[in-house]
Design a protein around this ligand. Structure first.
Ligand code: MN
Length: 247
């Protein structure tokens, strides 16, 4: 019998990021976090970068899995920004491996869906964009990838459903999944040309119009019909000695 060899580490390795699944005892381990850039015409327009689908392809950025936060958390206002924005999004949860899959069969990779908030240091993102620099400091923000419980819908393709976000009870974002420029199967198919998609990959599908700033004390509440609800509370910024963590 081969003994189970456990390597000795110099410090504790990162914990596996995971999310609850409605109606299941097992959690879904999370692999990578992918984000579609501009995927609603009205949001692309408000960002000053309209999209012509006939001549463009979707584009993506990523965040580290360490930025994942479960819905319901309270997170501190992040450092180095004066314009911290909400982006309410549908999240696709990949449940089967796939590479270069055609859109016609891309739904087979779907495990389920969740609500997501792609929290963004907008001032840093736009400064980077306008200088042709990477978006990481604007987007790969600690505790900025907020995700709800996952609803398992294996193989199902969502094509419609109201998507809304309110801040302190006032609606800021209100649209419908039927306004996605690139649909769920089109996104999976296109992204799978660049990455070998794997179970646990999350794809944030882009935000509708109405993005805006939040501050300490604000309560964010979003929902997507047929998927679920998400909430986030913003706490005051951490001091230099405080540990930056969700609670
Ligand atoms: Mn986004």
């Amino acid at each position: 019998m081969t003994p189970l060899l456990r390597p000795a580490y110099l410090w504790a390795p990162p914990e596996t990021a995971s999310l609850p699944v409605k109606g299941r005892d097992e959690r879904a381990p999370v692999n990578r976090l992918f984000f579609v850039g501009r995927n609603y015409h009205a949001h692309a327009a408000e960002m000053g970068r309209p999209v012509d689908k006939s001549v463009e392809r979707p584009f993506y950025f990523t965040k580290s899995p360490q930025t994942l936060v479960h819905s319901g958390a309270t997170v501190a206002y992040p450092p180095q920004t004066a314009n911290f924005h909400h982006e309410m999004e549908l999240v696709i949860v990949i449940g089967a491996p796939g590479f270069a899959v055609p859109a016609e069969t891309a739904g087979a990779l779907v495990f389920g869906y969740a609500c997501g908030l792609d929290m963004t240091r907008r001032d840093l993102q736009l400064a980077a964009r306008d200088k042709g620099r990477p978006w990481d400091l604007g987007k790969d923000v600690e505790l900025s990838s907020v995700v709800s419980d996952i609803i398992a819908m294996p193989g199902e393709v969502l094509t419609r459903g109201a998507i809304t976000l309110a801040v302190n009870g006032a609606t800021r974002q209100s649209s419908d999944l039927d306004k996605l420029i690139w649909s769920v199967p089109e996104i999976i198919a296109d992204l799978s040309l660049f990455y070998h998609l794997a179970p646990g990959d999350l794809i944030f599908t882009g935000t509708p119009e109405g993005v805006g700033a939040v501050g300490p004390g604000d309560r964010l509440e979003g929902r997507i019909d047929g998927v679920g609800e998400i909430a986030l509370t913003i706490a005051p910024a951490c001091g230099p000695d405080a540990r930056h963590g969700a609670s």
